[in-house]
Structures are given as structure tokens and as C-alpha cells.
Design a protein around this ligand. Sequence first.
Ligand code: FES
Length: 241
Amino acid sequence: MITEEENNLLTQTGKGKPCGELMRRYWQPAALSDELAADKPFPVQLFGEELVLFRDGTGTAALIGRYCAHQGVDMMYGRVEPDGLRCLYHGWLFDNCGKVLLRGDWLPEKERRWDVGQPSYPVIESGGVIYTFMGVGDAPALPGDGAPRAEIKRLPREHSYWQGIVGLNETNMDDGQFFLPNVVRTSVLTRWLVPVDDKSHMEFVFHGAAVAQPAGEPLANAGERLIGALRDSASAAAAPS
Ligand code: FES
């Protein structure tokens, strides 16, 4: 039985919270490749942060803040252009790093970016999934082999990622293994439970075993393992440097 303090530790995933900071140190799936058209932005919410995905003129996916840095208009209604995503209210154009691009092709490339803009996060597309890294510093290697699976689904869930992990542990998943901070694997499925906010999550379900599957920990130990990691990272953050 976990305490209320431990439950808060596990379920608060916003910026600055130990769990939010821990999860941001890993690549996390944000959407399926098929969900992001070439010509239409796609809104996503991760760890309480509202964001929008779009593809630039080369088809490369980008992830930036959802609301325009000018006057907060929703960029999910923006227009995708070869150089980025344009807000339709006053026409600011954001590149795939979230910076405002000045109009005027006559300007040298380095003078065409204005140093204001949206938050943005690196994105990798692999095996039919768009992943993002929202932490600071160097991103770790992308987990898994990147091989396409027979089927990948993204399922919205109206409860916290932690309730999702508890539910998987309570159902018949004898061979379930837990991987920090939010992945559960069996011999045939990988379930990645990504917080949308503290009360809901998206469950990415990968059908088919990973080609390279390192050993995880028994799913029954997930709470203990995660609480330990959260306490360790909270005390490391509090320690004088
Ligand atoms: S609100 Fe987006 S350009 Fe003005």
C-alpha cells in the first residue's frame, strides 16, 4: 500500500515535479507517424504541456508550443508552409525549432530568425512512432530497435499513467516486466504509458516482441522501483553542487 505522499510523487508529472523531471529525461512517444499529415498540425499534450506537431517542407516532424508567442492564438489552426508553421492571426512564421522566421528571402539565413518564439523539443521518427525528448542536456539513445511492429496503437486513457501500471499489474500479466520510468513489456506486447497530465495518459501499445529485449524488473516491483528512482533524483537535485 502506498502512502498519499508516495502517490503524489508518482502521479505529479508537471514541470519541476520529480516524476515530471524524471520522465523528461527519456525519449517518449508523442504520436503515431500516420497521425501527422504533411499539411496539418497535430495537437498533443505531454506532462501537462500543450504542444503541436507539424512537418516542415522536407517532411521532418517538429514539436513546438501550441499557442502563438505573439498573442496566444492556437497554432493547431496554423498553416504548414515549407519553412515552418504560420499563425493565421498576424502571420508569424515559426521554424521547426519554434523560432520566429522573419519574412524576406533577401535576408541572409542567419538574419531570418528572430530570437523569440515557442518552446520546442527534439523529435525522432522511428518505426512508425514520433518520439520527443523534453529533458535538458543530452538525450539518451532511443530505446528499442526502431523496427516496425505488426501493429501500434495510441489509446487515450482517462486515468493517470500510474493507475494504468497498477491496472496492468492487477490483470493477468504474469510475465510483465517494468522498465523505468513508464514502460511495461510482456513477451508479445510493449505498453508505453505516457502522461498527458496528472489525471490522464496515452497508452502506446506495440504488438510484437522487441528484437533486442533487455531484462526489466518484475512488474509487481514497479512502485518500489519508481519511488526509489524519484527519491534519488529529487535528492540529487537538492544536493549543493
Ligand atoms: S497571434 Fe499569432 S501572429 Fe499574432
